[in-house]
Design a protein around this ligand. Structure first.
Ligand code: 2AM
Length: 186
């Protein structure tokens, strides 16, 4: 089962991102339902390891997390593969990501060591897409909207998802949900 751990975005933020996506006339926009910030891509994992990870994540007590999405970036050296929004979350975000990775490794998952570049993918490009035309459109979009940013917002949970490839795009099935503490005093 192809799985990953990610932060879902609040609806109001996804509404803002959707408006931004409307201005990019290239690639495939990530569907509103699927907008998220990946903490750990786990790929194919057997159920027993996923259960061990689920139990470990239930025991984590992460700090409250405030995020801000600010600045657009293109992934893909020669040909664009994705347009993403950079995410800022300070030590709470990097700490949560490191703890999730550690929990996954403790559950027996052999994950590559890569620098964490927190982002939300807003559009993807097929390998066979028309590179030059897309590059021009992306360039214009970045120039027009490069300073796009949200206000800081709180995230209340992160999730373990299974990714199912459907005919009209991926469907992310929530396998587990783990609450984050709130910074607001009740
Ligand atoms: P992305 O946002 O950078 O595209 C579900 O597929 C999530 O896992 C996506 O958000 C995607 O990150 C990430 N993902 C998919 N394949 C990956 C890979 N081979 N390496 C790292 N992350 C991957």
């Amino acid at each position: 089962m192809r799985t990953f751990v990610a932060l879902p975005l609040p609806d109001a933020i996804r509404d803002q991102v959707e408006q931004l996506q409307d201005g990019l006339r290239a690639g495939r926009a990530v569907a509103w339902d699927n907008l998220h910030l990946t903490l750990a891509f786990l790929d194919d994992q057997p159920v027993d390891r996923l259960e061990a990870l689920h139990e470990a994540l239930e025991r984590l007590r992460p700090a409250p997390l405030e995020l801000r999405l600010a600045g657009l970036e293109v992934y893909g050296a020669k040909k664009p593969s994705a347009v993403v929004l950079r995410a800022e979350g300070g030590a709470a975000l990097t700490g949560l990501q490191a703890n999730v990775m550690q929990a996954a490794r403790m559950a027996g998952m052999d994950l590559p060591r890569r620098r964490f570049r927190p982002h939300v993918t807003i559009a993807r490009f097929n390998a066979g897409s028309r590179g030059t035309e897309d590059a021009a459109r992306i360039g214009a979009f970045l120039q027009a909207r490069g300073d796009w940013a949200t206000a800081p917002f709180e995230v209340d949970a992160y999730c373990l998802y299974a990714s199912h490839l459907m005919r009209d795009g991926p469907w992310y099935e929530e396998l587990g949900r783990y609450e984050l503490a709130s910074s607001h005093v009740a």
